[in-house]
Write a protein that binds this ligand. Structure first.
Ligand SMILES: [Ca+2]
Ligand SMILES: [Ca+2]
Ligand SMILES: [Ca+2]
Length: 675
């Protein structure tokens, strides 16, 4: 260890340990109902036993636990109980069973007002997001956008996955549904191949491309078959199986074939999806092969009506239904994304709430209006693995699927290529070695583009099962922009990593990032040789940035814009160069802890250039021997921003000659290293 490192905040022995996303703890399945239903249902005890055999802690909660009431009062009490217990009990699934009427029901849906013109939408989203304040402006109406949706208000991140079985009068119907659900889940894998067939019912001439997209992108790669009932051909190839679209034709196809999934898109009301299905035809369907129903259209799940189509199907013909409790506007994405996740093996609840989450709160009415009837933990292929973690090892055999170390991808870019929608992969483990973004093409625009919500970890030998078994110091894992001629930076990638709009939790942990050379013609390609970060909130942990450069700003990292947050922990940034900010260029919020910047150089801000919208806080960091030709060898901070340091170690001190700018705040505890 040389003298430089002795003063550094970068401590190779102290790798920050992080929990993986998948927790080992047993998950809980909570059934919320009334004591009357609990006493009367013959199947409920069997259902509880069944869920226990599937690995859940199961708990039946009644008004005696949550406090009872009707309508809004019951809703508040149920949510309050869930808020109190979801963390401690590790609750994953919530099944609501009872009278769901939003005004009078004992296990009600919550009336959500979605917008100022809304007449109220009964929704269970309220029970899935337990951390948000759904009446943030305190006017007594929940979920109004924008009034209740600011910071601290409604939060689109779900904590639990919610489904419901409405109970109108008959406990017998409830028992039928519970019995069917148990049977569905107990069927063995070799007996459920029939489920790999989807029925699309589209009496709308616009929906040809939509159907094609779902089939091509999601069904065919997963080995599914399909049947289309359509009024028109509309360029579907091969041509549609059945036309035109009438309720009689649909009933006929549905009852004589077997489908895992039925999706329709049409106009509708409580008891009818026009030209597709209505409650009169439901009894003719075959309940021995129940389907997942995705009903795109208005009102098929109007909960106040005991003859609503979604519930009628849940009793006979369906295993789960996703449908609207009121009029629905834009919703094609809802069906497509929900189906893509079901096909991949997610449970109904996961598929629904992941779909809602990744919609970013856009289409707020639809996000509330579409609700799940049925058990949220059921999936079409319950036994198939559906890990969202992928493995990469440059020494792996070719042709791997990335699902284990043994079958790892060889190239990090292979994983990124295969992600067809956000959330499909959420964790990537990368074994020691060097990875380049261009797949040998030499194209300088190629980069490791990290999509939303991905956590990427380096430092493995290639057999670890736990995250804390890795050692990024020993198993150096390099992401290198040195494409083309090795050692010649003039033909390197403009950015080794690019983050764009990754608003959620992108994490890069345990990598050496090197060789990016942002000297392109486009404005963006002149910034951020190591990482180009735009409108994203990444966290960089245990990373080393070295020998990256940018013609304009941010040799190692360029980070923008002002409402975003860049978090750097335990990183070493050395030997990078740029015009502004040889190490870092910040035009956003930044939080840096125990990082070291050394031997970076620039015209202004050798270590860090903090621009007008920059608001940086540094704790326990070392800046030393960085160099600027013009001003701010260690730090240059523009006016009208803030730059605060505490317990840092800055050569020459914060007010010394190597720090420039009016907005540097001494947070106390700083040490001055004399040059
Ligand atoms: Ca409100
Ligand atoms: Ca939440
Ligand atoms: Ca090169």
């Amino acid at each position: 260890m040389d003298n430089r490192q002795k003063h550094s905040g970068y401590n190779p022995l102290k790798i920050v340990k992080r929990q993986t996303i998948e927790q080992e703890r047993k998950k809980a399945y909570v059934i919320v109902t009334t004591s009357a239903i609990k006493a009367a249902s013959r199947q409920l005890p069997r259902f509880v036993r069944h869920k226990k055999t599937r690995g859940f802690n199961v708990r039946v909660v009644t008004e005696r636990d949550f406090g009872g009431g009707g309508g809004d009062r019951a809703a508040k009490n149920i949510r309050g109980w869930l808020q109190k217990h979801y963390l401690e009990d590790n609750i994953q699934y919530v099944l609501l069973i009872g009278d769901a009427h939003p005004v009078s029901g004992k296990i009600p849906m919550k009336m959500v007002w979605t917008s100022s013109w809304s007449k109220g939408v009964p929704s269970d989203y309220y029970y899935a997001d337990l951390t948000g304040n759904w009446d943030w402006n305190g006017d007594g109406q929940c979920g109004m956008k924008p009034e209740d949706c600011g910071p601290g208000g409604v939060d689109i991140f779900y904590e639990v996955l919610v489904g419901r079985i409405p109970v109108y009068a008959s406990i017998k119907d409830l028992d039928t549904i519970l019995r069917k659900t148990i049977q569905y889940e107990l069927q063995k894998t070799d007996k459920i191949q029939w489920r790999k067939k989807a029925l699309f019912v589209m009496p709308d001439k616009k929906s040809g491309d939509y159907t094609k997209e779902i089939i091509k992108r999601f069904l065919m790669p997963a080995g599914w078959n399909y049947h289309i009932i359509h009024d028109h051909e509309w360029g579907i190839n091969p041509s549609v199986e059945t036309k035109p679209c009438t309720i009689e034709k649909v009933t006929n196809v549905w009852k004589h074939d077997k489908f895992g999934l039925v999706l329709w898109w049409t106009h509708g009301e409580a008891d009818s999806a026009y030209d597709v299905m209505d409650t009169l035809h439901v009894p003719y369907l075959n309940d021995n092969y129940p389907v997942f129903v995705v009903g795109l259209g208005c009102g098929n799940a109007i909960v106040e009506r005991n003859d609503n189509l979604a519930y009628s199907l849940l009793k006979h013909g369906a295993i789960c239904t996703l449908a609207a409790t009121r009029g629905a506007g834009k919703m094609s994405w809802m069906g497509r994304d929900f189906v893509s996740r079901l096909v991949e093996g997610m449970s109904a609840g996961e598929a629904l709430y992941e779909t809602k989450l990744w919609q970013h709160g856009v289409g707020w009415n639809s996000l509330n209006v579409f609700n799940l009837y049925g058990d949220p933990s059921v999936s079409i292929f319950p036994s198939e693995p559906r890990s969202r973690r992928r493995f990469v090892n440059c020494r792996a055999a070719p042709g791997g699927d990335g699902l284990s170390w043994k079958t790892a991808y060889r190239d990090l870019q292979d994983v990124l290529d295969k992600i067809v929608r956000p959330g499909m992969v959420n964790e990537i483990w990368v074994a020691a070695g060097t990875y380049k973004p261009d797949k040998g093409t030499g194209r300088r625009q190629t980069t490791f583009r990290l999509d939303k919500g991905i956590r990427i970890y380096g430092g493995f030998t290639g057999n670890e099962m736990q995250l804390d078994q890795r050692d990024p110091i020993k198993n150096v894992t390099t992401l290198s922009g040195d494409i083309g001629i090795e050692g010649d930076s003039s033909d390197n990638s403009y950015h080794v990593i690019m983050l764009k709009d990754t608003w959620e939790a992108a994490l890069i942990d345990g990598f050496t990032i090197t060789g990016g050379n942002a000297n392109g013609d486009e404005k963006a390609d002149k910034n951020g040789g190591g990482i180009y970060n735009y409108l994203s909130n990444p966290t960089l942990v245990n990373c080393v940035f070295k020998q990256n450069s940018a013609a304009d700003s941010g040799g190692a990292v360029y980070s923008c814009c002002f409402w975003n947050l860049l978090t750097l922990t335990n990183c070493l940034i050395t030997d990078n160069k740029a015009n502004d900010g040889g190490g870092l260029y910040l035009n956003c919020r930044a939080r840096m802890t125990t990082c070291t910047l050394t031997a970076n150089s620039a015209q202004r801000g050798g270590g860090i250039y903090n621009d007008k919208k920059g608001r940086a806080i540094l704790a326990g960091c070392t800046l030393r021997a960085n160099n600027a030709k013009d001003k701010g060898g260690e730090i240059y901070s523009n006016e009208n921003n803030t730059f605060m340091t505490g317990y840092c170690n800055i050569e020459g001190g914060l007010k010394g000659p190597k720090c420039g700018g009016a907005s540097l705040i001494d947070g106390g505890g700083n040490i001055i290293i004399e040059p």
